[in-house]
Design a protein around this ligand. Structure first.
Ligand code: GLU
Length: 455
């Protein structure tokens, strides 16, 4: 059976194909000579599954789509403080090649405009790398995001360098403000090579999927950059990735994205998918005309806007019921789904509002598929307080979705594979004589113990 997703992508390409509006990037002669009719798109799911339409393996230069990835590499190499000291994170509302810097600090406003990206290029690797080593770091890093070895297009690089007056002017200005502390021309040279790295639509979707997958390349399994770096990069893509069209894009499409003047466009939807489109004709903002149309379609057809509100939190507590009977009856709270702060709050409220008559209380995680860190800490605190209230607490967790289930500080929990096991354990305990509720417990401690603050 053919996948409905491939069919959908083929149909979407057919719908945008007749639109021949827009212009090729004229300021780089090699790009001006590109075939304007090329058109392709690809989805990469975070488990590495690829869907595509058009020639998704044809190569073109990455151009500005390199910027978020090189920003990620610089953050990973030098740390947040060093990079933020030199490049801000405010949308500029200006064109990509605007010659402007923050008036007080001389910092470029963000890493997605050329001034910021040229600066970020200079921050790659350990301090003191020479120009060639930096380019090597770029190609290695972009290759790790793509999951295959990439290379530069020397013709496009040379063609852009011959006309790089504007970027050279920006770099000299940065040098004047001591944001760049080395030869301005060498940095622009390296940045231009960075822009000339050849990628395919498949590569771009894979790179975007690596961001969507918390920095782990779905094919190689390599953690290319740490998670906090990914969050920073996606945030900046969301607010600044589409140049002076970022506001329209954020509201209408709502996918963290980045475009390049060769006609590529990527979007990364956290936890779901990496998307790429390629079509060389550009609109007045420098974004691919048909690429933007494709993304508008994808977002509305498939509800991919990041601000789409998920309806999960309310459903976290599936049931609260008594299992077993007599003295070893258990109160069982059945949880379900992916549990984050709002889901865990539901359980906190349930246990605060209700005083359970049963000595045994079980949190049944059989239907839970993930628990994030803050939810884990909140649930363990619930466990600890239930123990302090005199309950015998069980965690039915056959798939170990709760990492390190240790409530600490006088809390106690027995991890079992099922509610039946919890009932059996409770039965054994009751036969051996259970601790009566509340006995031996310092209630003052129970009342004043603080909830661990979310990190
Ligand atoms: N190499 C291009 C430049 O710096 C990249 C611009 C872009 O793709 O938007 O002018």
């Amino acid at each position: 059976m053919r996948s409905i997703i491939s069919d959908y992508l083929t149909e979407a390409l057919g719908a945008v194909q007749p639109d021949a509006s827009g212009e090729l990037a004229g300021y780089i002669p090699e790009l001006a000579a590109a075939d304007p009719d090329r058109l392709s798109t690809a989805f990469v799911m975070i488990d590495g599954q690829v869907y595509g339409a058009g020639d998704i393996d044809a190569e073109f230069t990455i151009q500005s789509i390199s910027k978020p990835f090189v920003y990620a590499l610089a953050l990973a190499d030098r740390g947040f403080d060093s990079v933020l000291a030199k490049v801000g994170v405010e949308p500029s509302g200006e064109a990509f090649n605007e010659i402007s810097l923050e008036s007080d600090t001389g910092r470029p406003r963000n890493p997605m405009i050329n001034a910021g990206a040229i600066t970020v290029h200079s921050l790659l690797g350990t301090e003191g790398l020479n120009a060639d080593e930096r380019v090597e770091r770029v190609v290695d890093g972009l290759s790790a995001f793509a999951g295959r070895r990439l290379r530069t297009d020397e013709a496009v690089y040379a063609s852009e360098m011959e006309h790089a007056h504007r970027n050279l002017a920006i770099a000299h200005m940065l040098r004047g403000h001591r944001i760049l502390v080395e030869d301005a021309r060498a940095v622009v040279d390296g940045y231009t090579r960075q822009c000339s790295v050849l990628v395919s639509t498949r590569d771009l979707a894979m790179m975007a999927a690596t961001l969507a997958n918390r920095g782990v390349n779905p094919l190689s399994g390599e953690q290319v950059v740490p998670e906090p770096v990914v969050r920073q990069v996606l945030s900046v893509m969301f607010s600044c990735g589409m140049y002076d069209a970022a506001g329209d894009w954020g509201t209408q499409v709502g996918i963290p994205a980045k475009s390049g003047v060769a006609g590529g466009l990527i979007g990364a939807l956290p936890g779901q998918i990496g998307i790429a489109a390629f079509s060389p004709r550009l609109d007045s903002h420098g974004n691919s005309v048909r690429g933007v149309s494709l993304f508008e379609r994808f977002s509305s057809d498939m509800g991919l806007h990041v601000m789409e509100v998920p309806a999960t939190a309310r459903a976290t507590l599936r049931t609260s019921q008594v299992v077993g009977s007599g003295p070893h009856a258990l109160r069982a709270l059945q949880l379900q789904g992916a549990i984050g702060f709002a889901g865990a709050e539901r359980i906190v409220r349930e246990t605060v509002d209700t005083s359970y008559a049963e000595n045994g209380v079980a949190l049944d995680l059989t239907r839970v598929h993930s628990i994030d860190d803050v939810a884990r800490r909140m649930l363990l605190e619930v466990v600890r307080r239930l123990t302090l209230d005199g309950h015998e607490v069980y965690l039915a967790d056959p798939d170990s979705v709760m990492p390190a289930p240790d409530p600490g500080d006088d809390g106690r929990v027995t991890v079992v594979n099922s509610l039946d096991e919890a009932v059996a354990a409770q039965e054994g305990l009751s036969r051996g004589g259970s601790r009566p509720k509340g006995e031996g417990i310092d209630d003052a401690v129970a009342e004043t113990a603080a909830v661990p603050p979310p990190r």
